[in-house]
Design a binder for this molecule. Sequence first.
Ligand SMILES: Cc1cc2nc3c(=O)[nH]c(=O)nc-3n(C[C@H](O)[C@H](O)[C@H](O)COP(=O)(O)O)c2cc1C
Length: 314
Amino acid sequence: MSWIDDFLKKQKPIVALAPMDGYCDSAFRAICQEVSGWNIVVFSEFYSADGLHHNPLLAKRVLTHNPIEHPLVFQIFGNTPEIFLSAGKIIESYGAQGVDINMGCPAKKVVKCGYGSGLMVDRDRAMKIVNILAENLAIPVTVKTRLGWNGAEELVEFGQALEQAGASLITVHGRTYKQEYMGEANWAPIKELAKNVKIPVLGNGDCKSYEDGMQKMENLAGFMIARWSLWNPWCFLPDNYEPAWQERIGVMEKHIEYMVSSKWENRACIEIRKHFTHYLHGFEWVREFRKKLATVTSVQETACILEELKTISL
Ligand SMILES: Cc1cc2nc3c(=O)[nH]c(=O)nc-3n(C[C@H](O)[C@H](O)[C@H](O)COP(=O)(O)O)c2cc1C
């Protein structure tokens, strides 16, 4: 059974960790799954379809994952259908539960090459990509997009075309390409899309927590959380769950452990710094520890700081 059918069968909202470049690596995805009690689906940061196709070492490095990340969807970007198919097959061979196509990234360097949001305005190509993947992969093919280029007038038509091409689920970030991250996310056109397609539609944008998502989703199948999960990986849990201090530090310890098991120690220590800053965001009385953690260079040093942090009683 596909991960989507599994959620629908259990009549559960589909709650997802959104793809975030530079953050949603194996370690962070595993942490989010674990703290949420495996009640979510985790999406990877986006990877180049061309990169996966041409470079087996890159594919091995980014697609190797911890089985506890399940269900796991890898997101890819590009614009050549045959290359997408090759990348999709590689992703499938690494045991992932799904492939997501990025049709929403607004970064100029991405759009200039016809990737990301560029596919919203190259509809034939976008549909060919979905179709070739859906026809040839056993795992579901999903799409993450935005409301539109400069307005949401074409969202329903675009979504219906994606459904026809074989997409199994669509996630929509409630902003246009032109808006980038400005203004508030508008979920109304996403709900209109959901009324006009049979496949599940997820809402995304400015969702802070499970409770917030449940309130926002109405007729949608679920929601995705991106930025708020960085400050609070517990945001996927009901009732605005707040971890105890020891639990927070325990998760930070686990995060560095997962990071080191999937990356070289020096790389892991550099990459964990931004996560540690997020974990301690708003805890002003540990500012000095936060500063130290922002420059850690070894696992041993990290362990000592975290051990000291544990002894602080709030
Ligand atoms: C640092 C960062 C990296 C992102 N990388 C990706 C990405 O790789 N693929 C993607 O589809 N969206 C990406 N996004 C967009 C998010 O998935 C999401 O659509 C957006 O942040 C709005 O959701 P939020 O309000 O919950 O943050 C990224 C966002 C951020 C902040």
